[in-house]
Design a protein around this ligand. Structure first.
Ligand code: ZN
Length: 338
């Protein structure tokens, strides 16, 4: 009964994940549970987190008094002071209160709110980075959107509200006519995220200038069935339109990767996110470019390019690592006041 535990939560556009682990954060002691992200009203997410966590604790016979802290990772942007998410393109409401309603349900337990990509880089740091890359490390998710987290000189970069390294909304084509979910034009995520790849494919299909017979066969002629998955499959099979979109997706991944390396001078950059299911098409050209001819995209020494082995769970693992680092006053969190 005296054993202590730490809790991690990861709130995404589709799933809410929770994890419990003993305070030593040994991998084999991690237990996880998952439920769908409800978006009925602005409190649906905090209610779901509380319900999922309460069930999980009682299933494992753990009492609230045994919890040392909760790491709460969420798709951003976050407002650290108010403990809420604002302007989120993927969670559905202008403001989503998180910290306060969860604190009310679990009084006395410290809650540390973090943007999910900042959490993920902590997860990479704790669970899989080599010692010689831990000090200068970046994580990039390529999924519905694109986001990032950076550890520079051994410190997590956090920013004034907790939204540092919002790289997906870096504008890489200012004259682009394609609007991003954030409202700007020509963001990196317009070209390389799953949503962007789909949107640009549909636009190009409507132009009618390139053949897309293979893609249309894959989706049985139904354009509404097109996602990044079908586009990558069609590109592999030689579909002209899909190949153009995939090539541009990869080109702008090189652009973005180069910018991240120019800004943060990384030893290694880890990729994650749903788009990495097509890593055989995406990663080899990136690795080749940065090994053989990096100067076209970065002036700094090129980073090692890797992929996280924890897939969809890296943000959740990062939420656990955040609590552990916070409890031990790890210098990685120096200067960040949760
Ligand atoms: Zn944007």
């Amino acid at each position: 009964m005296n054993q202590k535990f730490i809790v991690g939560v990861d709130i995404g556009g589709t799933w809410i994940r929770v994890a419990i682990c003993t305070a030593d954060l040994i991998e084999r002691n991690i237990k996880t549970k998952i439920s769908e992200t409800l978006k009925e009203n602005k409190y649906s997410i905090s209610n779901s987190v509380c319900k999922l966590l309460s069930e999980f604790l009682s299933e494992n016979c753990i009492k609230s008094e045994q919890i040392l802290g909760i790491g709460l990772a969420t798709a951003g942007p976050i407002d650290m002071i108010k403990g809420e998410v604002f302007n989120s393109p993927n969670l559905g409401f202008r403001v989503i209160p998180l910290k306060k309603p969860i604190e009310e349900k679990f009084p006395g337990i410290p809650i540390y709110l973090i943007n999910d990509c900042n959490a993920a880089v902590l997860g990479v740091h704790y669970f899989e980075a080599d010692d010689n890359e831990k000090e200068n490390l970046a994580y990039i998710t390529v999924s519905t959107g694109i986001g990032g987290g950076v550890i520079c000189n051994g410190h997590l970069l956090f920013g004034k509200d907790g939204n540092a390294v919002e790289i997906g909304h870096g504008i890489v084509e200012p004259k682009s006519t394609i609007q991003c979910n954030c409202g700007a034009y020509g963001c990196w995520e317009v070209f390389s995220s799953g949503t962007g790849v789909k949107k640009r494919t549909l636009n190009t299909l409507n132009d009618g200038e390139l053949k897309a017979d293979i893609l249309l066969r894959i989706v049985d002629g139904n354009k509404s069935n097109i996602t990044a998955k079908e586009i990558f499959q069609a590109a592999r099979e030689g579909d002209k339109l899909s190949k153009k979109i995939v090539n541009e997706c990869i080109f702008y991944l090189k652009v973005g990767l180069g910018l991240v390396n120019n800004y943060y001078d990384c030893s290694s950059i880890f990729f994650g996110g749903a788009m990495m299911k097509d890593k055989e098409q995406i990663l080899p050209p990136l690795i080749e470019q940065f090994e053989k001819d990096p100067i076209k995209f970065t002036v700094n020494h090129p980073p090692k390019i890797k992929i996280t082995k924890y897939r969809d769970e890296i943000g959740l693992r990062g939420a656990l690592a955040l609590v552990k680092y916070k409890l031990e006053n790890n210098p990685i969190l120096e200067g960040i006041s949760f």
